[in-house]
Each structure stands twice: as structure tokens, then as C-alpha cells.
Design a protein around this ligand. Sequence first.
Ligand code: NAG
Ligand code: NAG
Ligand code: NAG
Ligand code: NAG
Ligand code: NAG
Ligand code: NAG
Ligand code: NAG
Ligand code: NAG
Ligand code: NAG
Length: 429
Amino acid sequence: MIPSTTFLLPVTLFAQCIVAQVSSSISEPPITSSLIISIAESSNNPSGSPLTTSAPRSQNATATSSSTTADVTVIVGPSASTNGNASATTSARARPSNTRPCNGHVEFCDRKFSNISMVVAHNSPFVRPRNAASNQVYPVLNQLNDGIRGLQFETQKPNSSSAIRLCHTSCDLLDVGTLESYLATVKGWLDSNPYEVIAIIMGNNNGQTTRIPVADYVQPFQDAGIMKYLWTPSLPSMNLTDWPSLSEMIIRNKRVVVMMDYGTDQSQVPWLLSEFNYQWETPFSPTDPAFPCTQQRPPNQAEDVSRNRMYMMNHNLNIEINLSGISGFLIPAYSLLDKVNAVSGNGSLGLGVQNCEKMWGRPPNWLLVDYYNFGNINGSVFQVAATANNVSYNEKSCCGTQSISAAVALTSHNVPMVVSLLLLSLAWL
Ligand SMILES: *[C@@H]1O[C@H](CO)[C@@H](O)[C@H](O)[C@H]1NC(C)=O
Ligand SMILES: *[C@@H]1O[C@H](CO)[C@@H](O)[C@H](O)[C@H]1NC(C)=O
Ligand SMILES: *[C@@H]1O[C@H](CO)[C@@H](O)[C@H](O)[C@H]1NC(C)=O
Ligand SMILES: *[C@@H]1O[C@H](CO)[C@@H](O)[C@H](O)[C@H]1NC(C)=O
Ligand SMILES: *[C@@H]1O[C@H](CO)[C@@H](O)[C@H](O)[C@H]1NC(C)=O
Ligand SMILES: *[C@@H]1O[C@H](CO)[C@@H](O)[C@H](O)[C@H]1NC(C)=O
Ligand SMILES: *[C@@H]1O[C@H](CO)[C@@H](O)[C@H](O)[C@H]1NC(C)=O
Ligand SMILES: *[C@@H]1O[C@H](CO)[C@@H](O)[C@H](O)[C@H]1NC(C)=O
Ligand SMILES: *[C@@H]1O[C@H](CO)[C@@H](O)[C@H](O)[C@H]1NC(C)=O
């Protein structure tokens, strides 16, 4: 087991002022003794006003870092050159060099949220040992500390008076508790990791015909204390170029993008994005080890729209079983996890990304996987993302030491013998 907390270092914020004078009618904010960061605005800011914040985080903010020296200067936004009149107090060209990684890499700070490949934990909360409906072995804090930046899961309400719960397929099969409790854990991680941006991608799975009313999602997010971090889009749908940079999201401290597949209404709940107006997905719950990178949801979307949008590659391989009276239940193909999550080879995540790049001219934004800690090398799923992002990945100690047999050793009562036979039949991959 890896430790559930990482080494925490206090963030030393220099009281350094980088004032970008951007031509606009907006007056400069007073420069106080507290930290002021201004970044020249990118094209994302419709008003063209400078992005300014006065130390949104408390002095007590901490961040995970492997550096040992005072290493925060400032996170500078996209190049000021988009505005001919932008200048910094030092000089217009000598931008301060940022040494603070955003989502683990300095290179990402200037990139748009839509220009980074991140690994998504499929069904992130479902980590109950020896339960066939689980999809991960490590819980969400380990996931985030290891580098997972997308948290995907189903939400259900077993009855109308119930709180929203995290259940897989049915609350009778696997119920890991309330949405609020899970979000409170995530919120705690965000508090101590102020330079990280994540997405929460929910399924509104309350049956095929009934959906949980969108207004019901507000309370659990509020009660978890996570509302202050939620990013709200200014557009009802967004193409790649419409997204803000990571540094903008970090400086504004709006570091959580929340999406849901069905049942959203942004006029009622503006921070809960209608997923398919912002990104599309390859086939869901795939059972085909060739993992075609075709668009499945939303159906019938014009190709030029898809080419301009973020997309998620569902790279979890399933087999079908009959479980607890539910026929056609899909579970991860355990025996193939090391291959499916591998850097290369047939059916691998690495090959899947390459296939997607060939078809769409860019890597997927989201690499959704089961049991992210497995693969051909430690952290292979993160190695694949780093390759897609053209950065280096060096965390050789990533992701614990669980063996597949220990992690997913299923009891005979919840998985029939036929599963073993099915696993064998898939061994050709
Ligand atoms: C930018 O600066 C130039 C020269 O200093 C000035 O002529 C021009 O009006 C400025 N542009 C704006 C939009 O303020
Ligand atoms: C910051 O730490 C000090 C003591 O070190 C404490 O008194 C204060 O309440 C903390 N503030 C916050 C916002 O956590
Ligand atoms: C980011 O943008 C560059 C330039 O368009 C592109 O080459 C690269 O594939 C993009 N990466 C991702 C993950 O979108
Ligand atoms: C509704 O669901 C909750 C959570 O599972 C449960 O505690 C409660 O007993 C249920 N109420 C009814 C009326 O079934
Ligand atoms: C996104 O791109 C599509 C296809 O090029 C275009 O039709 C649409 O107007 C764009 N939408 C936005 C919000 O920019
Ligand atoms: C699952 O049950 C259905 C009938 O409900 C049956 O046709 C099918 O063969 C079963 N599949 C397996 C893998 O046992
Ligand atoms: C990949 O699969 C194809 C058939 O689907 C097979 O011909 C090839 O040898 C396999 N490659 C590896 C490296 O296993
Ligand atoms: C990858 O990054 C290197 C710098 O580390 C850069 O020289 C190279 O152009 C980048 N490649 C792509 C395709 O962006
Ligand atoms: C993988 O990580 C484990 C746990 O940190 C470590 O014991 C092992 O040596 C690593 N394996 C490789 C090949 O780096």
C-alpha cells in the first residue's frame, strides 16, 4: 500500500507582483502587501480584462511537491503577446519563469484544459474488495495522489427520499455511500493541492427512464464544501479553443469541472455541465479489445463538431456475466488488465491513444481505465498520458504493490465459474 497522504510541503508564496497592464477601461487593482498575481488575459476572457487575484488561498495553503526549495514564483498565464499593449513590470518579454507545476507539469500551466490528456478512474468510488461490481482497488485519495485527474462514477437514488448515493448498477449490488461523503473527501484533497485541476464526470443512472432531478445535485455538493472550487462555463457548449488554461483555473481557484451525461439543466444548475455539449465519448463499456476510437455518445454528431471538441476514450475492457439475478452484467476483464493498461501491445492503452490520434488528429483528453494501478510497468497508464502530452513521466514508485489476484480475488458466491471460463476464452489478446 502506498501511504494515503503524500509528503506535504508548505507553499512559499513570494509577495511578487507581476502586473500586466492590459489596455482596457478596467483600472488596476491596488497593489497591497499581500500577494497579487495578475496575468495577461488569454482569448478566453471575453471582456479582455486582466485576470487578477489577491491571494485567494490562505497562508496555510499546502501543496504536494517534491521540491525542497521555495519554488513558487507565479503562475503566468498564456503569453501576453496576444495583446500588443500588455507589459509586465520587469519587461514585456522577460516573463518570469514559472517553476510551479500545474497538474504535475510546468508545461501544463499555459495549456488549455482542453489540450491535456488526463487519466480517468472509471467508477472511481467502487473499490470494495472482492466485490465483482468494483472497478478500482485504491480509493479516491490514492487515485488523486497517484495522478488520476478525472473521477467518473454512477449516481443513484434508491428511493425518492434517499440522498444521492454511489451505487453500481443497483444499490443492492454495490452501495459505497453518499455522493456528499465522497465529495467531501475530494474537497479535502483539493484544499491541500491548490495547483491541481480535476474533472468529475457523473452518470445519472437512476434507471433508463427516470433520472435524478438536477436540482437534487446541489445539496450534496454544497454540504461537501466543494462549491467554491466548481468551475462554471460561460458558454452552453464549448469547442477546444473555448476552454481556459490550467493557470487561469488555478488562479481563479475554480479547479473542478463537473459534468453529467443525462438530466442536466444549466439554466438551473450552471456548474453541472451537460457532458455531451462539451465532449464526446468512444463506445461505453466496451467488450471489443480492438477499442475502435469511434464516436458513440452523443449519437449522430457531425464530424467537424467532434473534431473541435474534447473527447474521452473508454479504455476499460469488459466481459459479460449474469450476476445476482442481473443478466448481461459487465465486469472488468481482470486477467487482461496488465495488457489493457499497458504502454504498448495489442489492446493496450498506448496503442488505443495512437489509434485515436490517427483518426482524430489529436490524443483523447480523457483516458478512462479500470484498476489504474495495473499495467505492464508501474504507472503505465500515466506513462501513456505523458507520452500523449509530450512530457516525461518519472514516478517509478507509482500505484502501490497490489497484485491482481489479491485485489480482485472474487468470492465464489458473487462470480460464477463461467467467469473464469470467459477469462480464458479472452486470453488471445
Ligand atoms: C496601444 O499602445 C499604442 C502605443 O502606445 C497606442 O497607440 C494604442 O492606442 C494602444 N492600444 C490600445 C487598444 O490601447
Ligand atoms: C493558519 O494557521 C494558524 C496557526 O498556524 C491558525 O491560527 C489559523 O487559523 C490558520 N488559518 C487557516 C485559514 O487555516
Ligand atoms: C495540444 O495542442 C497541440 C497543438 O495543437 C497538439 O499537437 C496536441 O496534440 C494537443 N494535445 C492534446 C492532448 O490535446
Ligand atoms: C430509501 O433509501 C435509503 C438509502 O438506501 C434507505 O436508508 C431508506 O430506508 C429507504 N427508504 C424507503 C422508504 O425505502
Ligand atoms: C464549434 O465548432 C463548430 C464546428 O466547427 C462550429 O460550428 C460551432 O459554431 C463552434 N461552436 C462554438 C461555441 O464556438
Ligand atoms: C445469462 O442469462 C441469460 C438468460 O437470462 C442466458 O441466456 C445467458 O446465456 C446467460 N449468460 C451467461 C454468461 O451465463
Ligand atoms: C496482435 O493481434 C494480431 C491479430 O489480431 C496478431 O496477428 C498479432 O500477432 C498480435 N500482436 C502481438 C504483439 O501480440
Ligand atoms: C515535445 O517537447 C519538446 C520539448 O521538450 C519539443 O522540442 C517538441 O517540439 C515537442 N513536440 C511536439 C510534437 O510538440
Ligand atoms: C513498482 O513499484 C513498487 C512499489 O513502489 C516497487 O516496489 C517496484 O520495485 C516497482 N517496480 C518497478 C519495475 O519499478
